[in-house]
Design a protein around this ligand. Structure first.
Ligand SMILES: NC(=O)C[C@H](N)C(=O)O
Length: 331
């Protein structure tokens, strides 16, 4: 037992810690109910792959994960990653914003040790609950040498996904987390099967470091549609955002009536980042809008919620639109 790798499970809540009134409640239940000690005690099989200890960091549903939660969690992950007696870290998390937290950690925690974020679509009280196997998979990946240096990982539905690429794509099925670039591998019965590795900068190769980040700047998102008005854009400008993500139609196209409002924001020093509401593909510079002329940035293949995370992290340091665009290509 002592020879097994030590994996710390940081629990933050979500459905993986949820409980429903009856086993038939797969969708109607309360998230963030079961404490980490009970989660781990209910899964003695974890002892086959690791020596596991648990910490309750928060007990919340992930739709309420604030920037303060991100900072607190990342600082704890960073501190643990520097401990010689810790081999890997697992974060249990609600699935609604799991992709944002995984990407945030991927950008700011300077380590090569495995970090795995995991959630579930059904509470542990439900028929065919998926949390137990997802957590077993997460711990076994976090305990593996071969998971080191691959950035923050996400395990659900037997897949090992890159925390950068993965998104929640279905809100009711257990097969909910997908990446348009495909999973990195699969985890089956405590063994990892790898098929690809991330090429974007992450963790130990990042220029960002949670140990040097005091706070995150305000970055918000406006949603594009044909009849959109400029009320939201103007309000965010007045509120003092440092960057605004435009979740545009198609290839990040922007309604004609919204363009002057976004240009006015940019003239006031706000970074304008052109993303897309289309789930897959990527936004090209100077297609649909003249980004060079307007001094705008494109979000590359990042969905608006992920572009928001990268923009916040990037803008913890001074950036002009060129350096911000460089960061969007590299991370
Ligand atoms: N499946 C889940 O975990 C959903 C829940 N609302 C959460 O994100 O905390």
């Amino acid at each position: 037992q002592a020879a097994k790798p030590h994996v710390v499970v940081l629990a933050t809540g979500g459905t993986i810690a949820g409980a429903g009134a009856s086993a038939a409640n797969s969708a109607t239940y309360s998230a963030a109910k079961v404490p980490v000690d009970k989660l781990l005690a209910g899964l003695p099989e974890l002892g086959q792959v690791a020596r596991v200890s648990g910490e309750q960091v928060f007990q919340i549903a992930s739709e309420s994960f604030t920037n303060e939660h991100l900072l607190t969690l990342a600082r704890r992950v960073s501190a643990l990653s520097k401990q010689a007696d810790v081999n890997g870290i697992v974060i249990t998390h609600g699935t609604d914003t799991l992709e944002e937290t995984a990407y945030f950690l991927n950008l700011v925690v300077r380590t090569t040790k495995p970090i795995v974020v995991v959630g579930s679509m059904r509470p542990g009280t439900a028929l065919s609950a998926d949390g137990a196997l997802n957590l077993y998979d997460a711990v076994s990946v976090a305990a593996s040498q071969d998971a080191a240096g691959k950035g923050v990982l996400v395990t659900l539905n037997d897949e090992i996904q890159s925390g950068r690429d993965v998104s929640k794509t279905v809100n009711i099925k257990t097969e909910a987390f997908k990446s348009q670039w495909g999973p990195l591998g699969m985890v089956v019965e405590g063994r990892n099967y790898w098929f690809r590795a991330p090429v974007k900068r992450h963790t130990s190769a990042s220029e960002f470091n949670i140990d040097e980040i005091q706070s995150l700047p305000a970055v918000d998102i406006v949603y594009g549609y044909g009849n959109m008005n400029t009320t939201g854009i103007d309000a965010y400008g007045k509120a003092g955002v440092k960057a605004l993500i435009h979740a545009g139609t198609g290839n990040g196209s922007v309604a004609a009536q919204a363009v002057p409002a976004l240009r006015a924001l940019r003239a006031n020093g706000v970074q304008v980042i052109r993303g897309a509401r289309v789930p897959d593909g990527f936004v090209l510079r100077n297609a649909e809008q003249p980004d060079d002329q307007y001094d705008w940035v494109v979000a590359h293949d990042l969905r608006p919620q992920k572009a928001r995370i990268l923009a916040m992290v990037a803008l913890t340091k001074p950036q002009d639109a060129k350096s911000l665009q460089r960061i969007f290509w590299e991370y």
